[in-house]
Structure formats: C-alpha cells, structure tokens
Design a protein around this ligand. Structure first.
Ligand code: AGP
Length: 611
C-alpha cells in the first residue's frame, strides 16, 4: 500500500504535494519522493525514510521548486528494498516522463525484458519503472492514451500518476484495482490515493472509477475509459474530518485494519498463484533443490507471529511432510537446538525488527542453518539478514495489536507449505488444488466473518464485567484460541487464558465456575466430538460456553454451548484462520466499551526492539 498525490494549480506544487504526502504517511513510509514541472522542466527529489526527511531534502535544494504541477509518492516497498533508486517517481530513459504508482504490476519482469530488448535501460529494482519506459516506448501519443495502454498491458493492481515534460500543466492518472480519487478545487485540482491528501484544501471529491484514466488540469478534470470514452464521475462532498479520513472513516486504525484483512490477503496472494492454481514462490529462492534439501523446519517468532507459526506447523507437516518445531524466539537459542545446513529456520515477524526474533535468527545463521523471513517490511533487518524473504503485503499496520499482518502471515505460510510440498515431490499440483482453492477464497470468507461484528459487540456488551475468560481449541484451533486470548489481554486488559482443550482436565478445569466465559474454537471437524465433550465439561461446571464452529456442525455444537458462532464451512485449515476474526472483534468491542485506547494499548509497543 503506497500513497500517491498529484496537484495542478496556481500555488507552489511543492508545498501541496509534501503536505498531501504527510497526510498519507499511514499508507507507507519507507521512502518518498516528488517531481515538479515548471516551464518544460521536470525536477525531482527522492529520499529513503519518512516524509519529514523528504521535506528537509526539498528545503535544502539550492533553489526552490517554483513549479505549479507535479506528483508525489510515499512508498511501502513490495518490489525492491527501500533505497533512493527504488523510491518513486521513476523515469524513462530520456528523463522526460515521471511515474508514481501504488499496487503491484504482476507481469513486470516480462515487460522489463521486452523493453530491455528495445534498448531501455533501468535504474531500479521496482516493478513501477516499467510503466515509465512503456510510455516512452509508445512514442508520440497523448499522455492519456499512453496511460490507458499501460493499464491495458500491465496485469495486477495499479493506480498511477504521470507527468511528462512536453505536457506542462497536466497530471494524468489511471487506476486498475488500486484506489484513486480526485479533489476539485477552485482554479486547482488534486489527484490522490486517498482523500486525506487534499482535504485541507477542498472537500469536493470524485472517485475515479475502475479502469479509468483521468486528465487533471488546473481548470478541468476529464475521465475516460481505456478506449477513450468519456465519463463524468459523480462529485461528492467529504463529510469526514481529516483524522477520520486517515482511518478510512473507521473510528480507529485497529478497526480499519481488522476490516482490511480481506484486501490484505488478496494483495499478499496477488501474483503468487498461477493460472493453474500452482503456488508461484520461486522468486523467494525456495527452489526445488532447496526444498528437497531441508529435513527439518524450526519456526521462531513472538506474540501473534508465534501463533501464526504454530498454525503454520499444521500446514507444513500435513502437506510438505517435513517435521516442524515452533519456538518462542526468546527461548530458542537457549535450548541448544540441533541445527545444520539441512535445517530451515523460519523467522516470522511483521515488523522484521523484533529483537528476540532477530537474536534467534542470527543464532541460526551462526549454526549454518538456512533462514527464511516472513515479514511485512521489505527493508527490515530480518528481511536483509535472511536467505529467503516471504513478504506479506498487508500495508502498514498502525494498530499496536496485530490483525491484518497475522492473517496475511497465515495465508503466505499456507502457500509456502503447499509450494514446499510440490517442490519436495510429496504433493502433486492436482492434490494441492483443493487447499489452494481454499486459500483463494479466503478474502471472501474473511468478508463473511467480518459480518459477525455486531454479534460480537452484543457479547461484549453482555460480558463487559466478566473478569475471567478461557479460549480453548484442539489441533490447529489451539493456536487460534491462543491468539484470541492474547487479543483480549492486550486490548481489554482482561485476564484470558488460551489452552489446549484436551489439557483442561489435567488441572485448569478447577478454575471453571459460574461467571467464567469459555470460547471454544471447534473448526477441525476430525476432533469435533472430543471438542464438544471438553466444552460440555466446562458447561457442567457452570462455565458459559461460546462455540465457534463450521456451519455444518452448528446443531451439534448447540449441545455443549450456551451460544454458537457459525463460521463459513471450510476445510484445509482455513476454518481456524477465520475463527480468529470474531475473536479479534470481540476483544476490540470489549476494549471500546471500556473506553480503552485500542490503537495504542497501555504498556505495549508496536515493535519490541529489546530482549
Ligand atoms: C501482537 O498483537 C502484539 N502486538 C505482539 O505480540 C507482536 O505480535 C509481537 O511483538 C511480535 O511482533 P513482530 O511480528 O513484529 O515480530
């Protein structure tokens, strides 16, 4: 997820672009840049780091940027680490065309090869740069026609904004799968990924419809489809205040990010499942020989990422037939694990900067193990030090409690398990088709379970004074239960224990009495009878039992339960992933009812950089 801003008008574009980028910093902030046009000259500045670094760099320029039109970009790296050459805007060979882009151009490698064969030279590792050279290759056509052709030729999700030296006073935008909005001012106009970029200047906005090109001038906005047919999008008045707009209209980043989970999974899987349903993860370096050379997997992670690792164990063992051990990063290196070059250590960390996990991974590297990183931040320490990087594409996660990064970790780890299985020859692509299909449906399934939000709010209102919660599960539902308990602890400050359901009778059942609420995660159909028996034992001792279960088992689940939360029926380990969402929502609502700061809970940091 990146941020795009464009401006055309009488005022200095530099100030409006920088101000707009600052408002979009929640969309990405590992590097930024802008390009401004004036009297047929394009000038640009790009920097690694936050918008403040770019502002400082612009201020230090020997002469100011008098230009009155231009585009800017704040990046959340997907292809290529955060470096100045990879920062947007990207240019063509002649430095006549500048492009900023949000999204992923899936077929960028083949386009790049095609362009290189025609003599184009590239200066970045990004997918975006192909768009600038493609426009150059198209030659003397209008910029709008060129952008339309880029949208036709590029596969994937993209929103872009382009300026060309020979088109003073014009910014051309285009979108296919990523958002783009227009801000209508008086004698000036804006283009952006999201409305906070220009809300300080105008509340008149238009949403650029899917697969459209927009020509923005100071006194006009023209929208056409990819074949030049003009259309006039509806103009709206923005009601939100700026803060609400940054949260997409949600009251908190946490709730916004819970609801972003479907699109975050879709972005993470984009371009990673072939037309035939085969996983496409070769670019990570996990090739057939590497996969066959692994005889044991160790997963190291903390907190929510640790729960993702526990859930991934089921996928990797079931599909790839490789033994997996999952360790808390802070424990791993002190138990003298036996590692060698045939060990694969997977470090899972959304930030890629967690000290405990970096310590565990560095220990593994010292022992000669092969290390893979599953992370949300391309340029993070973990990504740089690992041999292989599996990058989730959840976009920046502002809420301290992890939500969308967890779900995207799950999706990517399951895809990795299927990829390993096929590369190790223990699963055919045909056998993998079922689980891959289930993964492909995950965004839709997530949308369905997000519909449980009101139901979970009712439960939270009814249990606002309960002080004792258990979250139980078996098999892959057990880590899902652990994650549910962690969410309640960190968001609502309520004591909650995640436990293996089968283990309760070995002691903790002594804690069950009237007033204790027990959430039972029961999506694994092989174990539902055992799970229902365990929950009946809780109910028999006065516990209030809420069972999360696949819809087919809803009637059976009614037996041990006071309440049944029906989940979409899903096989292949997807059910347990889905069960986490209503648990996220329950904890979120309970914390909100209590008036707590759900985006920044007390005592917590988004990234724990101390051991
Ligand atoms: C999750 O909600 C917590 N904020 C915390 O447990 C977190 O998962 C843990 O600190 C690991 O962070 P990482 O994924 O960035 O390594």
């Amino acid at each position: 997820m990146c941020g795009i801003v464009g401006y055309v008008g009488p005022r200095p574009a530099q100030d409006l672009l920088l101000g707009g980028l600052a408002r979009l910093e929640y969309r990405g902030y590992d590097s930024a840049g802008l390009v401004i046009g004036e009297n047929g000259v394009l000038r640009s500045v790009r920097r690694v780091g936050k918008i403040a670094d770019l502002m400082e760099a612009v201020a230090r320029e020997p002469e100011s940027f008098p230009g009155s039109y231009g585009v800017g970009h704040t990046r959340w790296a997907t292809h290529g680490p955060p470096t100045v050459p990879n920062a947007h805007p990207h240019f063509d060979c002649a430095q006549e065309i500048a492009v900023v882009h949000n999204g992923i151009i899936e077929n960028w490698v083949e386009l790049k090869t095609w362009l290189e064969e025609r003599g184009h030279g590239f200066s970045s590792d990004t997918d975006t740069e192909v768009a600038a050279h493609l426009i150059e290759e198209l030659g003397p056509v209008s910029l709008a026609e060129a952008v339309a052709e880029v949208l036709r030729r590029c596969e994937g999700a993209l929103a872009m904004a382009v300026v060309r030296r020979s088109d003073p006073g014009l910014v051309v935008g285009g979108r296919k799968g990523s958002p783009l909005v227009i801000g209508r001012g008086s004698g000036e106009n804006f283009l952006a990924s999201d409305i906070p970029a220009f809300m300080a200047h105008t509340r008149r906005m238009m949403i650029v419809p899917e697969e459209r090109v927009v020509e923005v001038r100071s006194d006009s906005v023209r929208v056409t489809d990819l074949f030049g047919e003009e259309s006039e999008p509806e103009e709206r008045e923005v009601e939100w205040d700026v803060e609400a707009a940054e949260k997409g209209g949600y009251p908190t980043f946490m709730l916004k990010e819970i609801h972003e989970q479907p699109q975050a999974v879709a972005a993470t899987l984009l371009g990673r499942i072939g037309a035939g349903g085969e996983p496409l993860l070769e670019e990570t370096g996990l090739t057939g020989p590497v996969a066959k050379g692994i005889d044991k997997v160790f997963v190291v992670a903390c907190g929510t990422s640790y729960h993702a690792g526990m859930m991934a164990k089921y996928a990797l063992e079931r599909w790839a037939k490789v033994p997996v051990e999952v360790d808390l990063s802070s424990e791993f290196r002190y138990r003298d694990p036996v590692l060698d070059e045939r060990s694969l250590v997977i470090g899972i960390s959304q930030s890629g900067e967690t000290a405990d996990t970096l310590g565990a991974v560095r220990f593994a590297l010292d022992q000669g193990a092969r290390v893979a990183a599953v992370t949300n931040v391309v340029g993070s320490s973990l990504a740089r030090e690992a041999h292989m990087v599996f990058q989730t594409r959840a976009g920046p996660e502002i809420g301290v409690a992890a939500s969308k990064t967890f779900i995207t970790q799950m999706a990517l780890l399951q895809l990795m398990g299927l990829h390993m299985a096929i590369e190790r020859g223990v699963m055919t692509p045909a056998e993998a088709a079922g689980p891959v299909k289930a993964l492909r449906s995950l965004p839709d399934r997530l949308e369905e379970v997000l519909g449980l939000s009101d139901r979970m709010l009712e439960l939270a209102e009814g249990w606002r004074d309960v002080r004792d919660f258990f979250f139980l599960g078996r098999s892959v539902d057990y880590p899902a239960a652990l994650e549910g308990a962690l969410k309640l602890k960190e968001l609502s400050y309520v004591r909650a224990e995640g436990y293996a359901a089968g283990e309760m009778k070995h002691g903790p059942i002594a804690l069950i009495e009237p007033g204790v609420v027990v959430f039972g995660v029961a999506t694994d159909r092989r174990l539902r009878q055992k799970m229902f028996s365990n929950l009946s034992e809780m109910k028999a001792r006065g516990g209030t039992v809420v069972t999360l279960v696949g819809s087919e088992d809803r009637t059976e689940a009614a037996i041990p339960s006071d309440l049944v939360i029906p989940l979409p029926e899903d096989a292949d380990l997807i059910g347990a992933v889905l069960a986490v969402v209503p648990l996220q929502l329950f904890s979120y609502h309970l914390a909100t009812i209590k008036g707590l700061d759900v985006d920044q809970p007390r005592n917590l940091a988004k990234t724990v950089t101390v051991e």
